[in-house]
Design a protein around this ligand. Structure first.
Ligand SMILES: C[S@@+](CC[C@H](N)C(=O)[O-])C[C@H]1O[C@@H](n2cnc3c(N)ncnc32)[C@H](O)[C@@H]1O
Length: 239
């Protein structure tokens, strides 16, 4: 167990990123969406978080009475999560795993916050459909290929790093809608040209402008979309 886990102090990479001004802006919208889903669902029940890292979102839910299952590929981050949320079931998963460690129809809420590379994949949607109960809600974050930020892929090609922004939000939304999901709420964010680690003093004014211009409604072409999708009724498994 590392120092972070033993001291309980957050020094996890993505948690630190979320503390910069750009990170705070994104986190505020993610947190609002999770609280919105909680309000919709009423009494706390079972929830699964995919890619929980140190459990900043799982802890929010656990503190409200939710019984959490948390997955991670990073064992050190998962140890922190387990220490912070002793009641949670923390499961270390393989990076190539294509199954959630939960029974069919067992979860009322599923989160995948900034686990961008997974959400758009067919197996992920299939598993989501399998483990969520009817009336359950999925809160996720999507990086949209149909946005100006997809230009990042040129940089990734040149550098040989992993591509992001590889799927369009509208086709993905149509796919999950066909499976019986309904988008309850969506916010199109990250329009302004700041990097993920930015702590620029201009972030608050720029993001207020994003809101004032009504850009958050334009989810079809938004760089990131934070959304809550409800599984309305039993639906066929995706092939
Ligand atoms: C950008 S971080 C977000 C962490 C957390 N959801 C949050 O919002 O603070 C993405 C996390 O997903 C984890 N991850 C990546 N692929 C995963 C997978 N296949 N299953 C579970 N976790 C995964 C990474 O190790 C990382 O901690």
């Amino acid at each position: 167990m590392n120092d972070t886990a033993t001291m309980g102090a957050p020094s996890l990479f993505w948690e630190a990123v979320s503390e910069g001004r750009w990170g705070q802006y994104i986190s505020a919208i993610e947190g609002d969406m999770i609280r919105f889903a909680q309000e919709q669902l009423g009494e706390p029940s079972t929830a699964l978080e995919i890619g929980a890292e140190g459990g900043r979102w799982s802890k929010l839910l656990a503190d409200s009475g939710w019984q959490m299952t948390c997955t991670e590929i990073d064992p050190e981050a998962l140890a922190v999560c387990q220490q912070r949320i002793p009641t949670s079931r923390c499961v270390l998963v393989d990076i190539d795993s294509q199954a959630f460690p939960c029974e069919t129809d067992s979860q009322k809420l599923v989160l995948a916050i900034e686990v961008h590379e997974l959400v758009e994949q067919d197996w992920f949607v299939n598993e989501l459909n399998r483990v969520l109960q009817d009336g359950g809600i999925f809160v996720g974050v999507f990086q949209n290929k149909h946005s100006w930020r997809a230009i990042m892929n040129l940089k990734s090609k040149i550098n040989g790093t992993m591509q992001q922004y590889t799927a369009g939000f509208l086709p993905w939304k149509q796919k999950i809608t066909a499976l019986g999901f309904e988008i309850l709420r969506e916010e199109g964010i990250c329009w302004m040209p700041f990097g993920r680690m930015s702590d620029s003093a201009l972030v608050p004014i720029a993001t207020q402008l994003e809101r004032a211009l009504g850009l958050r409604k334009w989810t079809t072409v938004s760089p990131w979309i934070v959304f809550a999708a409800k599984k309305k009724a039993a639906s066929p498994r995706m092939r």
